[in-house]
Design a binder for this molecule. Structure first.
Ligand code: PHE
Length: 352
């Protein structure tokens, strides 16, 4: 056998060159197997040292051993260097600039001004011990007019004022039909409010053919006009501010006796006048703004539900009805009622 140390240094330089060029850790692993693996030439030479002539064993053994250790160290260093480079590259690609502005918040929906106003009204009356009920938008003439004590000749019965869907059925013109319906369903004491849509043949800046009302009905023993006033004062203060006052003016509704219109003291001026002495544009110099109609339930209405426990000699009640559009329109200074139904986001997004 000619000089194995020659072959060992050839293998070592060949391996060193290949290791230096290896592009990644997988290539290095292949080279480690090729030059240092179980079947590779260098380890075989090392294993064959015992069969060499004695004077060669020392030098060949040492050279082969050094070559193996040197190559192992080289592979180890290259693996470490490549791994560090790969980590650096990953970190650079993953870098987050924490000084960038955050993603803008996604726009969230909001309630329509009429829905939020209805909820606000419901909250006030729930707090006063009332329950919330709803009723049909198409109702019988019986509930919308007859049982509410409307004379046969009452003008609201005209087809020019009211939408009839049949001779005996209308799109309800107010939420008041629920007074009788609720009393048919539940015996006294009864404390309810009824929000809902109502319909009238009317269309201009202050009237839309469809609008919303909240009915109120309280029936118990000794429910007086003073209870009505106290209840509506609490409502007016909750919605329009703690300094508000209310006043009752005589009025007429077929189904209440006495009947009143209820005003709230103007929240835009003092006594009808602005600070500069000009007339208040909201209350037109009155100092008061009408917010709803009300009254003590007429005994004639109770006659329709007498057999349901409503004996007008034993119980009394008050009722009121307000327009939700009107409350929202006054509170937020909406210039035209039709804006509630045009779905213009520039208007709707100002609320809620
Ligand atoms: N229903 C009446 C209207 O629409 C309002 C009202 C309700 C009046 C209850 C008195 C009592 O004008």
């Amino acid at each position: 056998m000619n000089d194995p140390t020659q072959r060992i240094s050839e293998l070592r330089s060949e391996a060193e060159a290949a290791i230096a060029e290896a592009p990644d850790t997988a290539a290095l692993e292949e080279l480690r197997v090729r030059y240092l693996g179980r079947k590779a030439e260098l380890p075989n030479l090392l294993r064959g040292v015992a069969e060499l002539p004695p004077e060669q064993r020392g030098i060949v053994g040492r050279t082969a051993n050094e070559a193996r250790k040197g190559l192992e160290a080289l592979v180890g260093d290259r693996v470490a260097a490549l791994e560090a480079a790969e980590l650096d590259a990953r970190l650079a690609a993953d870098r987050v600039d924490v000084t960038l502005p955050g993603a803008p918040p996604q726009p969230v929906g909001r309630h329509h001004l009429l829905s939020s106003t209805r909820r606000e009204i419901e909250d006030v009356f729930l707090g006063l011990g009332f329950s919330v009920m709803e009723g049909p938008e198409v109702d019988l003439v019986h509930y919308n007019f007859d049982a509410l004590n409307h004379a046969e000749t009452h003008p609201a019965r005209n087809r020019s004022d009211t939408f009839y869907v049949a001779d005996e059925a209308v799109l309800r013109t107010h939420t008041s039909p629920m007074q009788v319906r609720a009393m048919e369903l539940y015996p006294p004491p009864l404390y309810i409010i009824v929000p809902g849509r109502v319909y009238r043949r009317d269309s201009d800046a202050t009237h839309t053919p469809q609008f919303h009302q909240v009915e109120g009905l309280a029936v118990d023993e000794d429910v007086t006009l003073a209870d009505l006033k106290g209840t509506l004062l609490a409502f007016a203060r909750a919605v329009f501010g703690d300094e508000r006052d209310v006043r009752l003016r005589p009025h007429f509704f077929p189904f209440t006796e006495p009947s009143v219109e209820v005003d709230v003291s103007c929240f835009n001026c003092t006594g009808g006048f602005m600070r500069d002495g000009s007339r208040c544009p909201l209350c037109k110099g009155e100092g008061w703004i009408e917010i709803l109609g009300a009254g003590e339930v007429d005994p004639n209405v109770f006659e329709y539900v007498r057999e349901h426990g409503y004996d007008p000699d034993r119980i009394q009640g008050f009722a009121f009805g307000m327009g939700i559009e009107r409350i929202a329109f006054l509170k937020h200074g909406v210039p035209d009622l039709r804006m509630f139904f045009e779905n213009d986001l520039r208007f709707l997004e100002q609320f809620g």
